[in-house]
Design a protein around this ligand. Structure first.
Ligand SMILES: Cc1cc2nc3c(=O)[nH]c(=O)nc-3n(C[C@H](O)[C@H](O)[C@H](O)COP(=O)(O)O)c2cc1C
Length: 327
């Protein structure tokens, strides 16, 4: 078992806690595509090339979103431990897998709003079950949009008039992916797993088995192991938001990942739950159409469904020590 070194003026236990919380970030198929290199003066976030999902995410865009989300958790953990995190994305002269470097900008007390987000990290989970009918208030929508903006990203709230077109695009993207044997094989390899898995999605976290009549197609993570009870009925009008970047670039993907986590944690602090519907942003044709629907300037990164729901259980993660790169 690897032991954690001290770094940034923190002791090994504090560093381990930071890496453990970073690893609680969401990732496509729970692939956890990150690794951390702990040096005395910096903690680096790396992409893990062995955890790429080339069929769903050939350009590693969602890999960078996940690593950006992990970076946001790491920032929160450092601030909570009294270190002001100073982040450089894609540092010059770094190796090809280095996505970010975090150094210390000195000691600082954690800001109260960041403490709330920090405390929400273990309570944030993907919620694939139906939501309650209670709408998300305008005040909370405003908070979510602010959370995205704080991280140099933009939140587009889908208006009732735009739902039909978006629904059509999501179904089209889903059909395109399901027609690909390569995509189906990759999804099957990462989902429908037993409960003692430490990566991928276990059957027990898959949510209800999707059915053709569902308005918003969820992915089938059940691996063919579960059936759906007749009572399951999805809410008619969830809050749907598209997280966008001002442009397409590797750096923008890392920013959007931090924004994704900031808005998801903000939603968690307000008792809300969320799930991600990625098909439409993964298939290039539907992603382009979505971009045009949003006016042509913004680059869509993630479609989220947000609402009120019963608490759900966490999806397992690897041990923090297994995500370390030897310094
Ligand atoms: C970029 C990205 C895309 C995702 N796409 C989907 C998706 O299409 N469908 C889905 O049910 N979950 C999706 N998820 C959620 C992951 O499956 C989830 O984060 C992972 O299983 C870990 O579970 P947790 O979020 O409960 O910690 C996505 C997450 C990320 C970060």
């Amino acid at each position: 078992m690897r032991t954690f070194p001290a770094a940034l003026g923190l002791d090994p236990d504090e560093v381990e806690q930071g890496v453990r919380l970073a690893g609680m970030a969401p990732s496509l198929h729970n692939s956890q595509p990150w690794r951390f290199r702990v040096l005395p003066h910096a903690i680096e976030v790396h992409a893990d090339p062995d955890r790429r999902l080339p069929a769903a995410d050939p350009e590693d865009r969602e890999l960078r979103l996940a690593c950006g989300a992990a970076l946001f958790n790491l920032r929160l953990a450092l601030e909570h431990a009294g270190v002001r995190p100073v982040v450089t994305l894609l540092p010059h002269l770094a190796g090809p897998t280095t996505l970010a470097e975090v150094r210390s900008g000195g000691r600082a007390n954690p800001r109260p709003e960041m403490t709330l987000l920090y405390e929400a990290i273990p309570r944030r989970h993907t919620h694939r079950d139906p939501f309650r009918a209670t709408p998300v208030s305008a005040e909370v929508r405003h908070l979510l949009a602010n959370a995205a903006r704080e991280e140099k990203s933009w939140l587009h709230v889908v208006q009732p008039g735009g739902r039909g077109t978006l629904e059509g695009l999501v179904h089209r993207a889903n059909r395109a992916q399901q027609a690909s044997a390569r995509f189906r094989a990759e999804l099957a390899a990462w989902t429908g797993r037993p409960d003692d898995t430490t990566e991928g999605v276990p059957v027990s976290r898959a949510g209800p088995k999707p059915e053709p009549q569902d308005q918003w197609v969820h992915r089938d993570f059940t691996g063919g192991h579960a059936s759906r009870s007749a009572e399951v009925e999805f809410e008619a009008t969830p809050l749907l938001v598209v997280l966008c970047s001002p442009r397409s670039s590797r750096e923008a993907d890392l920013q959007a990942g931090q924004a994704l986590q900031r808005l998801w944690l903000t939603a968690t602090t307000r008792g809300l739950v969320a799930s991600v519907l990625s098909q439409v942003v993964e298939v290039p044709e539907t992603r382009d159409e979505l971009r045009r629907l949003l006016g042509g300037d913004l680059a869509p990164q993630a479609l989220l469904r947000i609402g009120h729901g019963a608490p759900t259980v966490p999806t397992p993660r690897r041990e923090a020590a297994d995500t370390l790169i030897d310094a």
